[in-house]
Unconditional design. Sequence first.
Lengths: 394, 394
Amino acid sequence: MIDEKLNQAVHILNERGIDMWLTFVRETSSTPDPVLDLILGAHVVWPSAFILTGGGEKIAVVGSLDMQNVRDHADYEVVGYVDSIKPALLKLLKRLDPQKIVINFSTNDVTADGMTHGMYLLLMSYLKGTPYADRIESSEAVISALRGRKSGTEIEHIRGAIRETLKLFDAVTEHVRPGMSEFDVADFIRQKMEEKNLEPAWDADQCPAVFTGPDSAGAHATPTGRLIEPGHIMNIDFGVRWNGYVSDLQRTWYFLRQGEIVPPEAVENGFRVIRDAIRKAAGFLKPGVEGWAVDEVARTHITDAGYAEYPHALGHQVGRKAHDGSTLLCPKWERYGDLPHSKVEAGQVFTLEPRLTVPGHGVATIEEIVVVTETGCEFLSEPQEEIIMIGPGT
Amino acid sequence: MIDEKLNQAVHILNERGIDMWLTFVRETSSTPDPVLDLILGAHVVWPSAFILTGGGEKIAVVGSLDMQNVRDHADYEVVGYVDSIKPALLKLLKRLDPQKIVINFSTNDVTADGMTHGMYLLLMSYLKGTPYADRIESSEAVISALRGRKSGTEIEHIRGAIRETLKLFDAVTEHVRPGMSEFDVADFIRQKMEEKNLEPAWDADQCPAVFTGPDSAGAHATPTGRLIEPGHIMNIDFGVRWNGYVSDLQRTWYFLRQGEIVPPEAVENGFRVIRDAIRKAAGFLKPGVEGWAVDEVARTHITDAGYAEYPHALGHQVGRKAHDGSTLLCPKWERYGDLPHSKVEAGQVFTLEPRLTVPGHGVATIEEIVVVTETGCEFLSEPQEEIIMIGPGT
């Protein structure tokens, strides 16, 4: 997989007229660069430079103790050093004489922003007085293409992660009852994961994230002792890792009160608005559209129906990470930088995850996963069409 | 533990006349800042600022969806935002009006260098046109003191990790025989770890790291199918996590050949030189000495004995991470930046881990762990005094 990605990277460099991509990192167990998952698949300790050129050269300049480990993981020509990376790096630059060097930082894209500021200062101190200091740019576009364009194999791994996640949601439906706490539901899922030897797609303490009722934490929080009551909407945000690729999905349940045989109209309506917002956005999503425009389709559907807008993006990419960076289906908010204006490409895999609050009941939210095709998009997850109803129990 | 560390941090700010420490991060599951282990103990998704002042104020400016999670983990006043962190952050700076702001980057110290270059650019773009842009410095000294000075509780956790590691080394001695591979030995340790529910101190694929014979990878590499033969020196580099704190230890074994009852003199001598280099360095280690001087004691002992010098530092700090950053017992090599000149403080916990090659047999290396006291240092690991001999088997 790494060698496949390295070759894809060389292709992308040529496509974009870039003659060198340099990734500069150190102690990646402490401060990992997300791109190393794609171009190395291992950690290094000492300051290390991974260099790809448009001509197809793949060179790693690493500390002597890291050499064997790098050789074991990817097909680089490995150059070692003991006391300083500087001479070997400068010698290499002089030989290759790149006119443009893209390096691993980005204000927009977390997955392309793995270089620490200290490492940036170090690199620039090495390049001082050379012609290369003025040839530095961000590798954001290269990483975005490399991470975004999923191969058929990558899509199959994501499908596997989705399949396992949806099975666990079904198990929750069988098991969950009023009186259980968010903790209880999360523990049930964790136990099933352990039985199946599945790893969570993100931090275990928030994966699964379980939210019940009108006073829940909202999102990105750990499950609490809050008890599920009849009349609650519950939602779960959850994903698993499958052959190195992940899912990230949400489903919504409603707990019937005594005498209810369907949810109150307010709950039904909230759910339908979310479901239809996803349908509309998926109908609009295709190569060439800008991310903000897809977000706006869902956002407007929700606000037109009289609900407050969701305080986040409609969707993010999914791949080796649950938040896989780069092109985002997000509003034009400052915190998203230029990402709202990046264009959707075929092969990208996105979540679609709007939310709204149904007062007195909880948060209705669905998260589906779609892959962008040449002409539109295709659901990788079987979409939730109806709110899942749980009876009032004994 | 987090609240204890936050209060210690306020104390350190006052000690150093710093009125604000600002830690600026985002998507810390992808690009973690190592200092968050000490000041938050959780992850955040959106751009987030953690601010401590000399006056004892503890403020977190975080995305609305991260607010509850931050509240659940540490005692910050939490300020939320939806579309941009900039207005809330600037308002806060204006109110607190710091004369010096230290932020999370460092060319020297990985554990103080958690801010990505993209985040640095974002922060500086926010501060443009304010008086604060010119008041930015590195928080390296603050983080170094906060991470380095271990409390009694922290030392006890490290002792626990050491105890479990040494027990597993004893189990290896009982189990290992010529004809096993490095893989086999690593698998045996992993199985024991699973039985005891222990986590590795660093990446599982290199923890344990097992090296046997004259042609082994050296260090920082995954175990291979290389078979242990009589006449080999084997060493293992290994540690476990215990209540959030880790060990990092190495031991050396020798496999007797048919007819041998002790190792050849070359092996014995190599081992003794390493053991005595550690003894001498430990005798020299005390508060106020510079890191390079401690390294030099061990390095000179080894080169005076006619061996090549080891291609790394004598020792690093250990704590929540195996490589716990800051003051290092290292030579004055460029790649170590200014760290060789940082002064040892009481409460710091160091490894001592010189190595040398015995031609034709393998690498002799011992790694011990010591804590710096007011007057010297104390071994936390029971030192290896003799090479462990394994018989030639049946």
